[in-house]
Design a protein around this ligand. Structure first.
Ligand code: F6P
Length: 322
């Protein structure tokens, strides 16, 4: 193998730049030429590639986002799109590809691998819903951003005796919401994995009010059956029951834009370097992740279409510590 490429795909995650940097620098050390693909799979289809040397990835480890750009590409989900991507790799003499991204992106990795191309995935998504990595690139930073917001909301909430419904990202996975609730000392957490009963949330808030709390926080995952807006609409009709006045804060993409934490920079550096090792060893069609505090490659076939389960013990803990 002489030439490899790297791309970032799907939702960006703080630490992606550190992973690209690791791929470029370890690749170059192993006498590989490294190319960066612009804008994920859409750039791959269009053949948008640039040569990257060690100096081209200087000064990016501390930056959020991905300097290569990312995209959610519908065309790549089709066989025609995948064949176009293969031709573009061939035209550019690329012999191996590192794909940094989450569930959707690794489904793309597997599609290219099944078409015979040497691909290695790197586990990166703030949702932490990817099987094959206990923790993925971006989670730690996103969690700390959510936490900082919660801490601030508690301050203003206490001044006004308010309850806040804080919505965090997580379309199908409540990991971020659950961890933010525990670390933020929230009164309640609402997850996509556990059907929420707004009556129960109302009871928890009323109980917190009666116990004399000056504020209350409910962390809600965006993908829960009752998201923050829906819960707020429910409570508008039953305002007198909860005691506190209520406000909604949707954190949304704010969580994705942060400067990567030390943890994410180190994790991304390890996974990026690990992906290059896999390509050099001829270990293709795998996801490089972090399992039991070690680098581990898992066949993509065992990763895609699966969903990491939420830890119900932690869910119970969040409820006990309210
Ligand atoms: O996949 C990560 C994620 O941030 C999810 O938590 C969120 O639902 C989604 O991406 C948002 O996607 P987009 O950036 O395309 O709006």
């Amino acid at each position: 193998m002489k030439r490899i490429a790297v791309l970032t795909s799907g939702g960006d995650a703080p630490g992606m730049n550190a992973a690209i940097r690791a791929v470029v620098r370890t690749g170059t050390r192993k006498d590989l030429e490294v190319y960066g693909v612009k804008l994920g799979f859409s750039g791959l289809i269009a053949g948008k590639m640039i040569h990257l040397g060690p100096r081209d990835v200087g000064g990016i480890i501390q930056k959020g986002g991905t300097f290569l750009g990312s995209a959610r590409c519908e065309e790549f989900k089709t066989k025609e799109g995948q064949v176009k991507a293969l031709s573009s790799l061939k035209e550019n003499s690329v012999e191996g590809l590192v794909i940094i991204g989450g569930n959707g992106s690794q489904t793309g990795s597997y599609a290219l691998f099944k078409l015979g191309f040497p691909v290695v995935g790197v586990a990166s998504t703030i949702d932490n819903d990817l099987v094959g990595s206990d923790i993925t690139i971006g989670v730690d930073t996103a969690l700390n951003i959510a936490l900082e917001a919660i801490d601030r909301l508690k301050v203003t909430g206490s001044s006004h005796q308010r309850a806040f419904l804080v919505e965090v990202m997580g379309r199908k996975c409540g990991y971020l919401a659950l961890m933010a609730a525990i670390a933020g000392g929230a009164e309640m957490v609402v997850l996509p994995e556990v059907e929420a009963d707004p009556e129960e949330v109302a009871k928890v808030l009323a109980n917190a009010y009666e116990r004399g709390k000056s504020h209350a926080i409910v962390v809600v995952a965006e993908g829960a059956n009752y998201n923050a807006q829906k819960l707020a609409a429910y409570f508008r009709k039953h305002r007198e029951r909860i005691g506190f006045t209520l406000r909604v804060t949707v954190l949304g993409h704010v969580q994705r834009g942060g400067k990567p934490s030390a943890f994410d920079r180190i994790l991304a550096s390890r996974l990026g370097a690990g992906a290059v090792d896999c390509l050099v060893k001829g270990e293709f069609g795998v996801l490089v992740g972090w399992v039991n505090s070690k680098l581990k490659s898992t066949p993509l076939v065992d990763v895609i279409g699966k969903k990491k389960e939420i830890d119900m013990e932690l869910f119970k803990l969040a409820r006990i510590l309210d």
